[in-house]
Design a binder for this molecule. Structure first.
Ligand code: SF4
Length: 166
């Protein structure tokens, strides 16, 4: 696999199978409704803003605003995954000599949270990154998780059709 990216971090917290499938370039997200909604939101949120996008190696950050890295999400449903994704960006920037703080805005709930990268987070991220490599190097995909989020996942048909064939 190439370097770990923000998407890998997100999927690690959502579903290890999704992480594995994504890492094999089985990417069904493009036409998926919720992803499209997210993209639209992204375009609208930043359209007229004084945005500075940043793309370096494995990281692609929506906007850098002074001392803050900003992320905009539709809802706070994936809070933990969103928070770790932002911490990952802050960590990757820090490795490159840029110290920033993070802000996540949830448009539906109209709230914004500050995210600060601590020493413990960095140690945890090192472990998470190692674990991601372990998962994606497995020869077979992790098991279907049978969770409520599956019905909203772009891999739903793929996962459940395959399960039915067992
Ligand atoms: S449908 Fe469920 S098990 Fe399959 S990748 Fe998505 S979240 Fe994971």
């Amino acid at each position: 696999m190439e370097m770990v990216s923000g998407v890998h971090i997100q999927y690690y917290f959502v579903c290890h199978r999704k992480l594995w499938l994504f890492s094999k370039n089985i990417q069904l997200e493009e036409g998926h409704e919720r992803v499209q909604a997210g993209k639209l939101l992204h375009e609208r949120s930043y359209k007229n803003a004084d945005k500075k996008e940043l793309a370096v190696d494995n990281i692609k950050i929506d906007a850098i605003d002074g001392e803050f890295v900003r992320e905009v999400k539709v809802t706070s449903r994936m809070t933990k995954a969103d928070r770790w994704q932002l911490l990952f960006y802050l960590y990757e920037l820090k490795k490159r000599g840029l110290s920033k703080k993070g802000l996540i805005s949830y448009t539906k709930e109209r709230k914004t949270e500050e995210v600060i990268l601590m020493e413990d987070d960095q140690r945890e991220l090192d472990k998470i990154i190692d674990r991601i490599y372990e998962i994606v190097e497995q020869p077979h995909p992790p098991k279907v998780i049978n969770a409520a989020i599956c019905t909203k996942c772009a891999y739903y048909d793929f996962c459940y059709a395959e399960e039915g064939d067992d």
